[in-house]
Design a protein around this ligand. Structure first.
Ligand SMILES: [Zn+2]
Length: 71
């Protein structure tokens, strides 16, 4: 298999792969999540786990979001 697709994987290293279905116009947000465990020190002492990166965009009336990975 020798496909010469124009991938720029090497230059995209460390960046985020645009999720399937996400339009070119989207915003990226880093968010912290709480795991909900009552004795979790990470959540108790900070904003939570993360940050995790999300792509967020509008699809008509709906706001769509897709998890991209740990920021
Ligand atoms: Zn936690």
């Amino acid at each position: 298999m020798h496909s010469k697709k124009k991938t720029r994987d090497s230059t995209l290293k460390g960046q985020w792969q645009l999720p399937l279905g996400a339009p070119a116009r989207h915003s990226v947000r880093d968010e912290y999540r709480r795991c909900g465990r009552p004795n979790c020190a990470t959540c108790r002492e900070g904003p939570g786990h993360g940050p995790y990166r999300y792509a967020v965009w509008r699809d008509g009336q709906a706001v769509k979001r897709k998890y991209l990975g740990k920021a």
